[in-house]
Design a protein around this ligand. Structure first.
Ligand code: PRP
Ligand code: ZN
Length: 221
């Protein structure tokens, strides 16, 4: 990696964006953010902030395009399984887990649909944005079922008979409630984490990395 500035990828839009940015500002990064800019130069350190889709952050760090990324474990684990299965390198280090971005990936049924443990999941059609994590859960529990991958608005699927049930993120539970669904099984719990590339960096950036890591280490959120 022959660059003069470190790159940190954070979510452009969504639940982790504000907390991720606030964290970096508290660490002393001096940066002007303009609404549609996808890359911002930090003024007092050799760091660039990249504003990207959260799904792209793990791959950017694993490929060494970015040095650090702040991402939810849900997205990270999903991408890690996908990349391993498809023969891509998926090495990275988790530097720190934060208190923000807590949520869980859960299976939820229409309220009137009977649920009696994992056995009643067999043969159903599941809509999800996390096909790899759901497949791992099925392997571990010896369940054969159909997975339909959708990238958003998963909770609509049972109502329009696109699927029998869903596997999606739950944070406050409001989306499930509003769509007449009940949570029946949690697959993973998740929170925001800082990940780091394992690729070598130029010696000139070592001080900056040390400064950043020690500041983030001192953060309690
Ligand atoms: C996420 C997730 C759920 C919802 C859960 O959706 O996919 O739909 O948040 O949050 P809650 O339990 O607090 O209601 P997001 O807003 O990211 O939209 P999308 O899934 O349609 O992309
Ligand atoms: Zn997303």
């Amino acid at each position: 990696m022959n660059r003069e500035r470190l790159r940190i990828a954070i979510q452009k839009k969504g639940r982790l964006n504000r907390d991720s940015l606030d964290l970096l500002l508290r660490c002393g990064l001096n940066v002007q953010i303009s609404q549609n800019a996808l890359l911002s130069h930090v003024e007092n350190l050799p760091i660039d902030l990249l504003f990207v889709r959260d799904d792209d952050i793990p791959g950017m760090v694993m490929d060494g395009i970015c040095d650090f990324g702040i991402v939810g474990e849900n997205v990270l684990l999903e991408k890690e399984i996908y990349r391993k299965r498809n023969g891509y390198n998926s090495t990275f280090k988790v530097i720190k887990k934060f208190e923000f971005g807590r949520c869980r990936l859960s299976i939820a049924f229409p309220k009137e649909f009977p649920y009696s443990g994992s056995i009643s999941l067999k043969g159903l059609r599941f809509a999800t944005s996390y096909p790899n994590l759901l497949q791992e859960f099925f392997y571990a529990n010896d369940i054969k079922a159909d997975i339909l991958t959708v990238s958003g608005s998963v909770e609509i699927a049972p109502e329009i008979d696109m699927a029998d049930t869903v596997c999606d993120l739950v944070s406050t539970g409001k989306t499930l409630e509003e769509n007449n669904l009940k949570e029946v099984k949690t697959i993973i719990n998740s929170q925001a984490v800082l990940i780091s590339s394992t690729k070598a960096r130029p010696i000139e950036l070592k001080n900056c990395i040390q400064f950043l890591c020690s500041k983030i280490e001192g953060e309690v959120i």
